[in-house]
Design a protein around this ligand. Structure first.
Ligand SMILES: Nc1ncnc2c1ncn2[C@@H]1O[C@H](COP(=O)(O)OP(=O)(O)OP(=O)(O)O)[C@@H](O)[C@H]1O
Length: 329
């Protein structure tokens, strides 16, 4: 999305700083000072982040960078140690997941959570908001409940049509392939008619036959104006789908920008190839690398570009470079 947005309007990111935590013209989620530690590990330490409404944001970073933990916090599946965040200007920090869903923010999981002993249709129906709360009401007014049930079932069938799972409606979810379960998760998440959908590695474990279909569904969500945030390691996918990319490392946001600009971002290079810095680095008085350091930076940038161009996986620094890495002396 270089010059125009999905809806054909001017690119909302044209004026956005290529910097961590940069302000967006129309943010739907804004988070401040979000931290979460596990024992001595600071898994998330994000001072500020904004997600632009109606756009597809890719979240990347090396393994253990804190991407999944940030998803868990923002969607109410884990509790932050500190911090606050809002959706559409309404503070939602510390809401449990079901209330986050009602506030319009839903997520899918890296490892799918379909209930394998329930049918595909029932899994999707379960995604509908308010089911459990309204059951009590339903016990008092069964005719109202039945009406709601019928509506939910109708919507669930429509969702299964959309994701081409209708023929599987009465099969157990446990019989679906990995890719079909990812589709089922998306269908279920969409039952609450969310404003924001957060997808944690939607392509992981999906066979090539379904990859294009999943990609198409993600793009369609963006085209329909939904805000999509997704974690992905495959740079081909990131480049193909994302309007904007946020890079995390060691719990923090270290870079933001369009996918095309990331390979020349030194913070990103650093994050993925940190062990190069076991060497003594030399800089001139303006902070520019000189001598061997300059050569090393140029080499690293080439390596990153090569990996990006070949659609490689940047989650594993070893995949990027092996010949020039030194163990600490
Ligand atoms: N429940 C937990 N208990 C202990 N440590 C955890 C827990 N969840 C995450 N961590 C740690 O927090 C850090 C961030 O993990 P997280 O899964 O958020 O990273 P990630 O960027 O999603 O990684 P990946 O790309 O491998 O999925 C890691 O060091 C991880 O080991």
């Amino acid at each position: 999305m270089s010059e125009t947005s999905r809806a054909g309007a001017a690119d909302p990111f044209a004026v956005v700083d290529r910097a961590p935590g940069s302000a967006k013209p129309d943010p739907i989620i804004v988070a401040d000072h979000v931290t979460r530690s596990f024992g001595g590990i600071r898994a998330v330490d994000v001072s500020h982040i904004e997600f632009q409404r109606g756009c597809i944001t890719g979240l990347i970073g090396p393994n253990g960078a804190g991407k999944t933990t940030l998803f868990n916090l923002l969607t109410g599946f884990d509790r932050a140690d500190s911090g606050s965040w809002s959706v559409d200007g309404v503070t939602v920090s510390r809401m449990p997941a079901y209330r986050m869903a009602r506030s319009g923010v839903v997520r899918t999981f890296q490892l799918t959570k379909a209930l394998s002993k329930l049918t595909v249709l029932d899994n999707v129906r379960l995604g509908a908001t308010g089911q459990s709360g309204e059951r009590m009401l339903g016990a008092l007014m069964p005719w109202m409940w039945r009406k709601q049930e019928a509506e939910i079932t109708e919507r669930a069938h429509a969702m299964l049509e959309r994701f081409k799972l209708e023929t599987k409606a009465n099969d157990f979810a446990g019989s679906l392939s990995g890719g079909q379960r990812k589709l089922l998760e998306m269908a279920r998440a969409l039952m609450v008619d969310p404003k924001v959908i957060m997808l944690d590695e939607p392509m992981a474990g999906v066979n090539p036959a379904l990859t294009q279909s999943l990609l198409g569904h993600i793009k369609s969500l963006g085209d329909e104006g939904m805000t999509v945030v997704f974690v992905e390691h495959d740079m081909d996918v990131i480049r193909d789908v994302s309007d904007w990319v946020v890079v995390m490392a060691q719990g923090a946001v270290i870079a933001e920008g369009p996918a095309s600009e990331l390979s020349s971002n030194s913070a990103v290079v650093d994050a993925y190839l940190g062990s190069h810095h076991d060497k003594a680095l030399e800089f001139d008085e303006h902070g520019n690398p000189v001598g061997e350091t300059a050569e090393m930076v140029a080499e690293m940038e080439n390596e990153i570009s090569e990996v990006l161009e070949s659609g490689g996986d940047l989650s594993d620094p070893a995949a990027v470079s092996s010949h020039d890495r030194q163990e600490p002396q």
